[in-house]
Design a protein around this ligand. Structure first.
Ligand SMILES: NC(=O)c1ccc[n+]([C@@H]2O[C@H](COP(=O)([O-])OP(=O)(O)OC[C@H]3O[C@@H](n4cnc5c(N)ncnc54)[C@H](OP(=O)(O)O)[C@@H]3O)[C@@H](O)[C@H]2O)c1
Length: 314
């Protein structure tokens, strides 16, 4: 099968297209013929020696990628839920070795859900790591409920655009940040208020958010924590919360923490339902498997609206 590997943690080294044996599957796994996959910041971060490179450092050659949608071609003997021919999607083995940049992926059945039949493989592949992050952070970790006020930074990005749609769907009051270029888009996916981070300071606009989902690495913690009400919740997605900021938050009864997304077939089923009903609408930036370098270049720019998705045509 065709696959893309890296042999070093160095972004200057090109991605390597190669031929590898089709993976063998364990009893609890299925073999998925990949039709589309999506790219995340963690792919390029890991290639550059950050991201989850520490967890993968003994596993060269590394096949990057975690997000797939495709068709099952073989089923492990312990798998009861899926059969050959089923169309499935999910985030495979995160935060481990996902091996998604390939024509075939061995995936734990417990990480997958059936793809809604009315949705393309590209849209399904988009609605995986970023959507799980939004869902798990907002609803499971942040316990966001109807009527609450939520501030979502980088609302036009992969995680942010799903977060806005999920928060709106449950009836929260949603404030999203982006550049002016994405203002109309952020409103179009359900935001009630918009903050242009280039011209407005968030803490001058909001000081009573029940929950802040902060998707921007460079965000000024000291300022952003002021947007959370006393006793509220602040979830940092790109990196950890420094101890001094945890202290600042604790003084106001704010629960401030980093959250790392986890593979979950149960959560994928919830996303499949929302996707099939059109409640989640991923914005797609499409590439072909031969264009992975271009897809990575776009990811590195950090300005993507929605998701970068790569199709595999056999
Ligand atoms: N902890 C976890 O489990 C987890 C999971 C997923 C992602 N992450 C991390 O979370 C971050 C976001 O991921 P992503 O997939 O959403 O990235 P992404 O799709 O690459 O984000 C791109 C978006 O960021 C926006 N943006 C850039 N700078 C901004 C700023 N200063 N303020 C507001 N928006 C800004 C851009 O909007 P404009 O063009 O309008 O500026 C663009 O739409 C990354 O650092 C990623 O590594 C962590």
């Amino acid at each position: 099968m065709k696959a893309i590997i890296i042999n070093s943690f160095n972004r200057n080294d090109k991605l390597i297209y190669t031929e590898l044996p089709v993976p063998t599957i364990k009893a609890d796994e299925v073999l998925v013929q990949v039709k589309a996959l999506s790219v995340n910041p963690v792919d390029v971060q890991t290639h550059g020696g950050t991201g989850i490179s520490g967890r993968l450092k003994d596993q060269f050659p590394i096949i990057l990628g975690w997000d797939i949608s495709g068709v099952i071609t073989a089923v492990g003997e312990a798998v009861k839920e899926f059969k050959v021919g089923d169309e499935v999607f999910g985030m495979v083995n995160f935060p481990g070795h996902g091996k998604a940049y390939a024509e075939y992926v061995a995936a734990p059945a417990a990480h997958l859900a059936l793809k809604p039949t009315n949705v393309s493989h590209e849209a399904a592949a988009a609605t995986t790591l970023a959507a799980l992050t939004a869902y798990q952070a907002l609803l499971q970790q942040g316990k966001l409920t109807q009527g609450q006020k939520v501030l979502i930074t980088a609302a036009a990005g992969g995680v942010g655009h799903f977060a806005v749609q999920i928060a709106k769907h449950i009836g929260a009051h949603v404030i999203g940040t982006s550049s002016a270029a994405n203002k109309d888009y952020v409103f179009s996916i359900g935001a009630d208020e918009h903050i242009d981070y280039n011209t407005q300071q968030e803490d001058k606009v909001v000081n009573d958010a029940d929950l802040v989902m902060d998707n921007v690495r460079s965000q000024d913690f000291a300022a952003t924590i002021k947007t959370v009400k006393n006793g509220g919740t602040y979830i940092k997605i790109p990196n950890g919360v420094p101890d001094e900021m945890k202290q600042l938050a604790a003084e106001r009864g704010i629960n401030a923490f980093f959250y790392l997304v986890q593979s979950s077939g149960a959560d994928m089923k919830v996303l499949a339902d929302l996707l099939g009903k059109g409640i989640l609408q991923p914005n797609l930036n499409l590439y072909d498997f031969s264009q992975m370098e271009l897809a990575h270049e776009q990811q590195l720019k950090g300005r993507t609206r929605g998701k970068i998705v790569v199709s595999i045509k056999m």
